[in-house]
Design a protein around this ligand. Sequence first.
Ligand code: PNS
Length: 164
Amino acid sequence: MTGPRIAVYPGSFDPIHNGHLDIVERCRPLFDQVIVAVLLNDEKPPLFTVEERVEMISEMTSSHPECRVESFSGLLVDFMDEVGASIIVRGLRAVSDFEYEFQMALMNKRLNQRVETVFMAPREEYSYLSSGLAKEVFFLGGDLKGLVPARVLEKMEAKRVDRE
Ligand code: PNS
């Protein structure tokens, strides 16, 4: 492989949590550029709009010159071509993630031979954390300190107020 090593870390990030940020942090020494790619998905109503998610993640990675945040729609492999990236980074938390991730990695490879998927294990303390679970716990009044950045919690609080 020649040229800069550009990795794309794709996901819904609704919202971003500390497990995601930990992966971004650990990607930084491995790649020349890390693009956090937020999926614009019309199917399920999100808590945060894509613009809000991109803004939050940009804020959280603003001190990292090698990171940038973009949104994408359509096929991930097409987005990879657009930005000249060949590495997809995905966090692999548990055996339960494996089947879905395995299917996606193989399908993406079939769609675009240039693309390689790299799986990263989460830090142990985030191994059970997902955006879905974080939202559920938050709206039921549970404490997410240490799991979700304070800034994101503030924004979630504002959503709670809006809903009331
Ligand atoms: O955070 P998520 O929801 O697990 O992320 C899933 C994501 C965004 C990586 C996946 O849904 C995706 O790549 N969607 C883009 C559409 C696409 O390329 N689908 C075929 C994947 S094999």
